[in-house]
Design a protein around this ligand. Structure first.
Ligand code: FAD
Ligand code: DLZ
Ligand code: SF4
Length: 522
């Protein structure tokens, strides 16, 4: 019995379950399709990264003597969709069944479930076992819980994997060293130069295709320095562990102009498409700690991001989809300001983060959460529009990880399932954790009136506008006490200035119209 085995652009590992039991006569199908490249206006580097990594992976499989049927985006007859390409491939090959690994997106899973009916062939959708916590294991953890808290989930994962454990106790006596990881960047700190990979001929060819076909998409295509093979991704991991991990913890939340990467891993695109595994990355950090090459707060903080947050958001996604994406607990309904695409704004922090995102298809966690995310939360932007933006602009963005981070962590649109309170902050937070404010026309210390930082105005506007939903939350008691204690004339002035600022936001560019692909229909 010959099998057609479909490998998606984020399944690029020899160990993917779709390849289990590969036999002579089987055909591996890989397809570049217009639907996947345009369902949001993905950053040009993201498309180039995925297509180039797919082409390299196909060559690796061929090198092993495996039959690979690879459909390129510009191949004549390309139907433009996964479903269309599966049907065309079935007409080319004498196979009896189709095997796939479950995708990272509800939308694609729903498509796959229809294929058996549409093709008349058995379709086997296999579990994606690249995650440490299976969907079944997460469901058992979640059962009966009203609110989910990452910290409790994470402890169970530490116990089950034995990572940073001494028998049944956490190494060092504490589960979490976050309190040590909130320092601002010390003056004179020099983060390491990051390993970049010069595009080879395959990547160059993909870049030419992307430059020509997706010119209207967000982001700069060059310079392109992402690894597109497992060998190079492993080199990037090695470089991170030696050069950056030792400092990762202390300044994990810091932000600095002109330093987009600081001591972060830059590993999420590789983890998400399958060039690296979560287990090997966590083990590499643990080994560095055990050898005395990285302090515990760094190794623990890094492992928690992967073993904790990454596994946790993936669990929530599959546990709660498809309804999860539909909620809007705070009733946010303002359109996404155009400056999220253009970066043209006098808010220096937003301009810096959007500019770095455009250049690198990357921003680190605190930039995503506390700058662009915080603004979207405070300004009450429609969750679906914010989600579509995040899904488009980052090289690591796939629905299973982007959606819970944006819908739950940033927008509190799930009403507190993922986070116990909204991550809302005034300009003081950004000022404390970055040097952005020193180059801004606004002043984070001015709360109202001439020069007041818009984050300060919007913070109290947010508190006031969402009192009905948030006032009863014990973790929000302090801001509500402060707001209620504020003199009524000052409150009115704050709200008036916040409303005037919000009225001035535009969802349209001031100059020429955007290219068609950048007008999102969400
Ligand atoms: P590091 O800071 O070095 O962290 C190490 C690893 O931990 C990352 O590579 C990543 O795999 C994992 N990680 C850290 N935080 C999270 C988290 N909250 N959720 C899941 N994994 C985490 N991550 C994505 O991979 N794809 C996304 O689409 C994505 N969207 C996000 C949107 C928002 C609004 C926020 C707040 C976070 C989002 N994240 C996303 C999580 C996180 O910002 C990125 O994983 C991280 O910035 C990637 O850079 P890094 O590899 O240098 O991370
Ligand atoms: C994100 C993406 C892009 C841009 N292009 C492709 C593609 O042409 N072919 C492919 O197999 N996958 C692509 N992907 C990744 C898919 O969108 C991804 O598999 C889904 O997000 C769900 O897992
Ligand atoms: Fe951002 Fe306000 Fe600081 Fe300007 S003053 S950079 S708007 S936080």
């Amino acid at each position: 019995m010959a099998t057609l085995r479909l490998i998606l652009g984020d399944h690029l590992t020899r160990d993917v379950t779709a390849l289990d039991g590969l036999a002579a006569g089987d055909v591996v199908l890989m397809v570049e399709v217009a639907e996947e490249t345009t369902y949001v206006p993905h950053h040009k580097q993201k498309i180039a990264f995925i297509l180039s990594a797919m082409r390299h992976f196909a060559e690796e499989l061929r090198g092993e003597g495996i039959a690979v049927d690879y459909v390129r985006l510009d191949d004549p007859g390309n139907s433009g969709s996964f479903g269309g390409e599966v049907k065309r491939a079935l007409a080319r090959h004498a196979v009896d069944r189709l095997v796939v690994t479950e995708p990272g997106e509800w939308r694609v899973r729903a498509m796959m479930e229809a294929w058996a009916g549409e093709t008349g062939l058995p379709v086997e959708i296999r579990e994606d076992d690249r995650f440490i916590c299976s969907r079944g294991r997460f469901a058992r953890w979640a059962e009966g819980r009203k609110g989910f808290r990452m910290e409790f989930f994470y402890r169970e994962m530490r116990r089950e994997t034995g990572l940073l454990m001494e028998e049944d106790k956490p190494v060092g006596g504490q589960w979490n060293y976050d309190a040590e990881n909130r320092k601002a960047l010390p003056k004179g700190a020099r983060p390491p130069r990051r390993l970049r990979f010069s595009p080879d001929a395959v990547t160059r060819e993909v870049m030419d295709l992307v430059g020509a076909r997706f010119a209207g998409h967000f982001g700069d295509l060059e310079p392109f320095g992402w690894a597109v093979t497992r060998a190079d991704a492993l080199a990037a991991l090695d470089h991170f562990i030696t050069e950056a991990l030792p400092h990762f913890g202390d300044v994990q939340d810091a932000m600095k102009r002109g330093e987009p990467f600081l001591y972060h891993g830059l590993l999420s695109p590789y983890l998400n498409v399958g060039l690296l595994t979560a287990r090997e990355v966590c083990l590499a950090a643990e080994t560095a700690y055990r050898r005395g090459e990285a302090p515990l707060n760094a190794a623990e903080g890094f492992i928690r991001q992967i073993l904790g947050w990454r596994e946790y958001v993936r669990g929530i996604y599959w546990h709660r989809m498809p309804d999860y994406a539909e909620t809007n607990a705070l009733g946010a309904d303002r359109p996404l300001p155009w400056f999220y695409w253009s970066g043209e704004t006098d808010l220096a922090c937003i301009a810096e983060v959007v500019g770095e995102t455009r250049r690198n298809a990357y921003a680190h966690h605190i930039q995503r959460l506390m700058v662009t995310g915080n603004f979207a939360l405070l300004a009450g932007i429609r969750p679906a529009e914010v989600e579509a933006w995040y899904l488009a602009v980052y090289a690591d963005a796939f629905d299973w990880v982007e959606l819970p981070n944006v819908h739950g962590m940033v927008m509190f649109a799930d009403g507190g399932l993922l986070a116990s309170k909204p991550y809302a902050a005034s300009g003081a937070y950004i000022d404390r954790m970055s040097d952005y404010c020193s180059g801004c026309v606004y002043d984070p210390k001015i709360k109202v009136g001439e020069g007041a930082c818009p984050f300060n105005l919007l913070y109290w506007h947010f508190i006031d506008a969402n009192a009905e939903t948030l006032k009863g939350n014990p973790r929000m008691a302090m801001p509500y006490r402060t707001w209620e204690g504020m003199e009524s004339g000052r409150k009115a002035q704050v709200l008036n200035e916040a409303r005037a600022f919000l009225d001035g936001l535009s969802a349209e560019p001031s100059a020429p119209r955007p290219p068609a692909q950048m007008t999102l229909d969400v």
